[in-house]
Design a protein around this ligand. Sequence first.
Ligand SMILES: [Zn+2]
Length: 237
Amino acid sequence: MVTDKIIRINMDGTNCYLVKSNEGFILFDAGGPMLTDKKFNDRQEELVIALEIEGCFPGNLKLIVLTHGDIDHVYNAAYVRDRYNTKIALHYGDVSYVESPSISSVLESFKFRSISLNFIAKLMRRYIHNRSLKALAAFRKFSPDILIDDKFKLSEFGLEADVLHIPGHTDGSICIVFQDGSLICGDTFFNMFKPRIAMNACDYEMLDKSIKQLKNYNITTVYSGHGNPFEFQRVSL
Ligand SMILES: [Zn+2]
């Protein structure tokens, strides 16, 4: 079941999700250039058009929630905040990624569990490094207006959904569970090639441990940072 409450904005690589709350709209992730894509542009124009089509304009975008601090999810956040005069919320664990990013922080989650992907990443190291430098040079640093911790509640923005701290892909990764079981998961799960747990992460031990808390929820459809939505039962945990 794909809920129509969660609107996917496919930024041609990274997904953003727009959700209507009782008070306006909430945007989950802001997109940006992906290190591995050919176009390598910020896609800000595409994002604004997609928001307009859904009726989201300055005044009714109440919040931008960032699922984690990776550059392909946060790159446009400062731009959207200014244009829509809104606020940014990010978990405190990932603040350094947006306030004082460095080449090592950009590449921190580029550790793959699969030996073959690690090998490919090693072969592409120079390319990935150069792309990261390019993204970093143009990145608009910012400080989040709201630091997400255990007390943070989306209900204050008119949305009944739980925010869970799921460290692993990054220290400050979060997932959002909606009342119908839909899950916005950032890069905790991927749907590239097939639905699976993050292909790359800062800390796999922590990732496996923190994913276990999702078993307490009746999760239905997963809206991941990359790829099409999928049914949670298709992931082997
Ligand atoms: Zn990503």
